[in-house]
Design a protein around this ligand. Structure first.
Ligand SMILES: [Zn+2]
Length: 179
């Protein structure tokens, strides 16, 4: 049966038509759906390409980061977990660079390690408890390096004031060494 008002779209009821006679509203909806479907396809295609070209992606990212340090830092701040994971992965992939950096920045590294230890006594205590042999080996090595020196009984001496002074000293040392 033909509609008594053929200018009404049977599907959506709209009256606006293109000169060809097709319903404007329906075409618009179809285009939106088409674009959404293709966006998803495009997303999958990109993800697959990235999976197959990890090295290229890595290099491109590194290049982008080198060219846009402010943007890269801003991204890191917005994505702290991902940034940390990236740093960890980088360090794991470049152990020699970490070693070289530490060798070239011995003082800074020592200050950093000391500050970390001061801030994480419970982690140190847990590690000592979990690694009695290594602890003994470390202590023996310390004794061998420092004949006659008493073992530093850090925990007994540490007052809050001492810790605060030490941390502020270490932070200042690191600040001065900033490159
Ligand atoms: Zn329509």
């Amino acid at each position: 049966m033909t509609s008594p008002f053929p200018w009404y779209c049977k599907r959506c009821g709209c009256t606006e038509r293109y000169p060809s006679g097709r319903c404007k509203q329906c075409i618009k909806e179809r285009d939106i759906k088409y674009r959404a479907r293709n966006k998803e396809k495009e997303r999958i295609r990109t993800a697959e390409w990235q999976k197959k070209n990890r090295e290229k992606v890595r290099l491109n990212t590194a290049r982008w980061r080198a060219r846009n340090p402010e943007k890269a830092n801003a991204w890191d701040k917005m994505n702290p977990e991902k940034a940390k994971a990236r740093q960890r992965a980088w360090r794991a992939a470049h152990p020699e660079k970490g070693k070289a950096w530490r060798a070239a920045n011995r003082e800074k590294e020592n200050a950093y390690v000391k500050a970390w230890r001061m801030r994480n006594p419970e982690k140190i205590a847990a590690w000592v408890k979990a690694n009695p042999e290594k602890t003994k080996a470390n202590r023996d090595a310390y004794k061998a390096r420092n004949p006659g020196l008493p073992i530093y009984r850090a925990r007994k001496k540490r007052t809050d004031k001492y810790i605060a002074q030490m941390l502020s000293f270490l932070d200042q040392t690191m600040e001065k060494m900033k490159d």
